[in-house]
Ligand binder design. Structure first.
Ligand SMILES: Cc1ncc(COP(=O)(O)O)c(C=O)c1O
Length: 400
């Protein structure tokens, strides 16, 4: 439509939301559908956090606040960065937005000029390239392999950096693969960046707390203090605190960048929801014993799903270190024919046929820049996961 901005022609709608919509439509039509597309914990927000929000309403904390966060929340975030990441940020170095998503978007809008490049290791979260495009920059997708654990290597990073590179965008643990960078993995990358002073790091640490098997989470500015002045450390309460609907995310970084992000926010959405900010103060300062309890369940589910998928004909599923996703390859099913007579030519065909034949909704890996794979979110009831994996095994077994 000619009336729409040219920038809209460059971006595509979210594939993960599209899968959720399709699964919902099939369910509404009476089909028995198990949705494994959604990227949010199935656990409810802990009660102490809900109570803090109710108290905020009763206390009349219902007005506009400082654009990029109330002082109490910035103090709680500074405390979190110090305690959990060994990073010192002053309140003026902290920005709070409406979800991690807005914080990332603000950062791109505040820094990208036409032609500026952002290195995005693939597979990547669906929104990264689209946000960069909306902000007028150029996403540079750098493939990684299943054999290398879906992690960017120093040599590959070195090759991807050019004069126009502005940011390296890292996400560990990763959506969609669950892969997480060890301290040594990250150190190899930060060593490369030390040689390229024009490149900044945006690190999306949203899944920090969701790691298993004694994996130790680290973040670039913690590993390489020399990068502190060119690192934006992004995090939020959505995943670990089961607060996806509350919409609070935050970042710590250099003051001038944080100020610019606040300016962007001041002319678009203004402050994030006041009540959700007070709830987040409680999340960050309050008890955290539910996190290991949730992780125990997530780990059991991960192990169940990985083991069952690896018993399915044509699938190959690595064991991820964190998040609540697995990202199996379906390369062994390509070229086979489904019972309806359709040849599986790629991962899009695989997920479409799986949904049609067995009512299991997963997301094709190509939406995340890597195929033939698909993403399963195991943030759903264990019994549903078990049934879904049995159906996937049957589907793969029926391919000829
Ligand atoms: C890697 C990654 N970053 C950021 C976000 C956004 O989080 P929020 O819900 O806080 O906007 C998500 C949510 O799916 C995500 O998977």
């Amino acid at each position: 439509m000619a009336f729409l901005a040219d920038s809209l022609a460059r971006i595509k709608p979210s594939a993960t939301i599209a899968v959720a919509d399709k699964a919902r439509a099939l369910k509404a039509a009476g089909r028995d559908v198990i949705g494994l597309g959604s990227g949010e914990p199935d656990f409810d927000t802990p009660d102490n956090i809900k109570e803090a929000a109710i108290k905020a309403i009763r206390d009349g904390k219902t007005k506009y606040t400082n654009v990029d966060g109330i002082p109490e929340l910035k103090a709680a975030i500074a405390g979190k960065f110090k305690r959990e990441n060994g990073l010192t940020y002053k309140p003026s170095q902290i920005s709070v937005g409406t979800g991690g998503k807005q914080v990332l978007y603000n950062a791109f809008i505040a820094t990208l000029n036409p032609g500026d490049e952002v290195i995005i290791p693939a597979p990547y979260w669906v929104s990264y390239p689209e946000m960069v495009l909306l902000a007028g920059g150029t996403p540079v997708e750098v493939p990684t392999t299943q054999a290398s654990g879906f992690k960017l290597s120093a040599a590959t990073l070195e090759r991807a950096i050019g004069p126009k590179t502005k940011w390296l965008l890292l996400n560990s643990p990763s959506n969609p693969t669950g892969a997480a960078y060890t301290r040594d993995d990250l150190k190899a990358l930060t060593d490369v960046l030390l040689r390229h002073p024009h490149v900044w790091v945006m690190t999306d640490d949203m899944y920090e707390h969701l790691v298993y098997d004694d994996f130790v989470f680290t973040t670039p500015a913690q590993i390489e203090p020399a990068l502190y002045d060119r690192t934006l450390t992004v995090n939020g309460v959505s995943k670990a605190y089961c607060m996806t609907g509350w919409r609070i995310g935050f970042a710590g970084g250099p003051e001038a960048l944080i100020q610019a992000m606040s300016t962007v926010q001041s002319q678009s959405t203004s402050n994030p929801n006041s009540i959700a900010q007070w709830a987040s103060v409680e999340a960050l300062n309050g008890p955290k014993d539910f996190i290991p309890a949730h992780n125990k369940v997530f780990k059991e589910r991960r192990d169940l799903v990985v083991s069952m998928l690896n018993q399915a004909n044509g699938l190959d599923c690595p064991v991820p270190e964190g998040a609540f996703y697995v990202f199996p390859s379906c390369a062994g099913t390509i070229g086979k024919v489904s019972p309806t007579g359709k040849t599986i030519e790629n991962d899009q065909d695989f997920v479409t046929e799986l949904l049609e034949a067995e009512g299991v909704a997963v997301v094709q890996g190509s939406a995340f820049g890597h195929g033939p794979n698909f993403r399963i979110s195991y943030a759903t009831a264990t019994s549903a996961l078990q049934t879904a994996c049995e159906r996937i095994q049957r589907f793969c077994g029926n391919l000829k």
